[in-house]
Every structure is written in structure tokens, then in C-alpha cells.
Design a protein around this ligand. Structure first.
Ligand code: ZN
Length: 255
């Protein structure tokens, strides 16, 4: 018997189904050796007295790959309707995961942006403390696939393949979420208030290409990011203070 909960998307109190946070079909794309991986789940936060605390280890160790994680966040009806956002992007995403970016110019980036938006909306619920997107935005997405105001999406291609890494940072300003699936690197930023100088947010050397709300002109400089460059970029962009950080990292280490 499924428990009744408030659906994160339509807001109805109803039976909820377990939603795959990255889409059901993706779990079948994960190479065998990554499927049984344990996840190192680390959470850092600033306590009320201003001290940075990090919880790491046994308490937060999770079974399985973060990419195949499921949560009961939406009703059957929403699950059925929104499933199409996952399935319609499957052929393109599969190419991006596997490093086949030759047809990048022909990709429907608006459709991919919708998939990323839904993944971020779902993954926020992995830790209730990082939820920043208001329910009305999920409802608008449910109704007409509308991407929220002040949402920004960047993608890149890494040459260090990694099947399952996710970082989230939440603050009073909003949420940043970054994940790697195969060769695909995604950075999504939701701001509660529009940032005054957008160029300050994502480091220029980060080699990511903006695909939403407008597509940046750079065509090739988003290719072949090294894992070390990505980690440096994250550190520069986020620093350590004033945020709630959540990281899901597969063991063994990614480098
Ligand atoms: Zn619903």
C-alpha cells in the first residue's frame, strides 16, 4: 500500500509513487561496475553559531548509485505525465552520456533544459534542507513545462567519465546543483533573486556552455573538462562558507 503524501508537483494529497530522480531508464545506462557502488554522502552546513560542520561517514553512507536513487515525491498522475520529459530526451542524453557530441548543433537544447529542470526539482528533495524552488514553480512546470524565472543551466563535456556524482549547495540566495553522468556535466542555478552581475557566478575558465535562458556563443570551449578542473571550478565558485553543501560521490574516487 502506498502512503499518501502531498505531491511536490500538483500539490494534491494523494498516493505517491517512487520517482527516479534522474529518470527510470538511466539506471540501465550505468555500467555494471558502477551499479553496486556505495555512495559517500557528505553534508556540510553552517550552524546557528556560525561554525562550519561536516557530517561524513557511516551515518550518511548510502547504498547504490545516486543516479538510480528514488524518492516518493509525486502522485501517479504527475509521474505518468512528467515521465515523458525523461523518455523523450533519451536518445540525445544517451549520446551525451557516452561522449558522442558530434551532432551537438542539432540538439534540441530547450528540451534538454526541461529535463535538467525536472531533475533539479526532483533532486532537491534528496535533502529537505536544500529545497529552494517554490511549489508554484513545480506546478507551472507540471502544467506547461515552464522553466522557473531566474533559472540558469550550463553543460560541459568531461573526459573523465563518471557515472554518478552530484553536488548541491543551498543558501539564502537559492540553489546550485552540479552533476556528472558519463561524459555529461550539468550545472543548474536557481536564484531566489536575480543576481546583479551574472558573469560573476560561473568562473570563466570553467569551460561550461550556457544553454538556458540563452545559449552562449562559445562552441568548442566547453569540451573536455578534466575532473581536476571541475573540482577547482566548484571550489572557486562555491568556496566553503555560507552554504549548505550536499555531495554524493561514488567510491572509488573520481579523478
Ligand atoms: Zn501530482
Amino acid at each position: 500500500m502506498m502512503a499518501k503524501r502531498v505531491c511536490a508537483f500538483c500539490g494534491k494529497f494523494d498516493q505517491t509513487t517512487s520517482e527516479h530522480l534522474f529518470g527510470q531508464w538511466i539506471k540501465d545506462e550505468i555500467p555494471e561496475e558502477y551499479k553496486t557502488a556505495k555512495t559517500e554522502h557528505a553534508v556540510s552546513f553552517i550552524s546557528d553559531d556560525g561554525v562550519l560542520k561536516t557530517k561524513r561517514g557511516v551515518l550518511d553512507r548510502r547504498q547504490g548509485n545516486p543516479i538510480s536513487h528514488k524518492l516518493p515525491i509525486m502522485c501517479l498522475e504527475c509521474n505518468n505525465d512528467l515521465g515523458n520529459v525523461h523518455s523523450s530526451n533519451k536518445p540525445v542524453l544517451r549520446n551525451l552520456f557516452n561522449g558522442n557530441w558530434n551532432d551537438f548543433d542539432k540538439i534540441n537544447l530547450a528540451a534538454i533544459s526541461q529535463w535538467i529542470t525536472m531533475v533539479v526539482m526532483d533532486n532537491e528533495f534528496d535533502n529537505s534542507r536544500i529545497v529552494r524552488i517554490p511549489q508554484e514553480y513545480r506546478q507551472a512546470f507540471r502544467e506547461n513545462r515552464k522553466i522557473p524565472e531566474n533559472f540558469h543551466i550550463y553543460i560541459g563535456r568531461t573526459n573523465n567519465v563518471c557515472w554518478g556524482r552530484k553536488w548541491s549547495k543551498a543558501s539564502g540566495n537559492g540553489l546550485h546543483m552540479l552533476f556528472v553522468i558519463g561524459h555529461l556535466v550539468v550545472l543548474a542555478i536557481y536564484e531566489i533573486k536575480e543576481h546583479v552581475n551574472r558573469n560573476d557566478i560561473v568562473p570563466r575558465h570553467f569551460k561550461l556552455k550556457r544553454i538556458y535562458p540563452s545559449i552562449s556563443e562559445n562552441g568548442v570551449d566547453f569540451l573536455d573538462i578534466k575532473a581536476s578542473e571541475l573540482m577547482e571550478g566548484i571550489y572557486e565558485m562555491w568556496g566553503m562558507f555560507g552554504w549548505i553543501t550536499e555531495a554524493d560521490a561514488l567510491a572509488p574516487k573520481w579523478d
